[in-house]
Design a protein around this ligand. Structure first.
Ligand code: C5P
Length: 273
């Protein structure tokens, strides 16, 4: 076990494509999605302690609980119990990403907690039991645990590697600061299958949750329009169930100029990993 303070980043998750194919009997939806990650996101720190505790700081800390309702705590408790450990950990989450915003949030934090606590508790992060816990915590947590570009099938948790053609490119994330519930957005899906994902054809990549999310949060349409009109934007979509939208830019200068215009929104100028 590592007694000193350890740190792990929880990069923002971006769905470059999210094709919804069908509603499943278990209430989930079969997806074909492309996961990619920004180089920035939330941050987690932890050190071994007698018991488990969580404190939260950062711009979006308000309103987040520190008990078992928080996915970070659930990840910690499940990992500890599954591996039969007595150890605890003092965990600190720096919440920089908006809550319920389609870029991982809770899923990215839970995945980072699994990586970080595995490290300080001496668990092999590649142990299949860790990946199994990730899948139990949420459909996106397994993709966030890997943190690499992947194609996600099924609930989004059957993963294969994907060579992201946009890797390393300048990225702008914009959120109109409206929280949307993933479950509600999926429930609003029109149940029309618009066809399979073609990983080699970025121009054909859709996010089928865009219209249902706009129905709940009309501000998303305005953000998408403004990003599409920005000089130097080459690829513009909503991520996940929204409301965060993103644009990939041909240069950092173009990205930063576009970012400066979003004074009414949360905006993060970053890069794809
Ligand atoms: O798994 P997670 O808790 O992140 O999912 C939140 C909600 O999103 C689920 O309760 C479900 O309503 C919806 N969902 C879905 N199909 C998926 C992923 C999520 O319907 N593939």
């Amino acid at each position: 076990m590592i007694a000193s303070l350890a740190t792990e980043s929880a990069p923002a998750k971006i769905n470059l494509a999210l094709h919804v194919r069908r509603r499943r009997p278990d209430g989930y939806h079969d997806l074909e999605t492309l996961f990619a990650f920004a180089v920035e996101g939330d941050l987690l720190h932890a050190k071994v302690a007698d018991r488990l505790s969580l404190e939260i700081g950062g711009a979006f800390a308000a309103g987040l609980g520190t008990g078992e309702e928080n996915l970070v705590m659930r990840a910690a408790i499940t990992l500890r119990d599954r591996f039969g450990l007595e150890a605890g950990a003092a965990i600190r989450l720096e919440k920089h990403l908006p809550i319920a915003s389609g870029i991982g949030g809770g899923s990215a934090d839970a995945a980072a907690a699994l990586r970080l606590l595995s490290r300080i508790w001496g668990i092999d992060p590649a142990d299949p039991a860790v990946s199994a816990i990730a899948a139990e915590l949420g459909a996106d947590v397994r993709a966030c645990l890997l943190g690499q570009p992947t194609i996600g099938l099924g609930r989004g948790d059957a993963l294969t590697p994907f060579a992201n053609p946009f890797a390393g490119e300048p990225l702008l994330l914009v959120n109109p600061l409206v929280a949307v519930s993933t479950g509600q957005v999926f429930a609003n899906w029109d149940r029309v299958d618009h066809g399979a994902l073609q990983p080699g054809r970025p121009g054909s990549w859709r996010n089928d949750l865009t219209a249902p999310a706009i129905a709940l949060a009309p501000a998303i349409a305005d953000v998408l329009e403004r990003l599409a009109a920005a000089s130097g934007a080459t690829f513009v979509r909503m991520s996940g169930s929204g409301a965060t939208c993103f644009a990939i830019f041909e240069s950092e200068v173009a990205r930063d100029a576009a970012a400066a215009a979003f004074t009414d929104c949360w905006a993060l100028a970053t890069r794809l990993g």
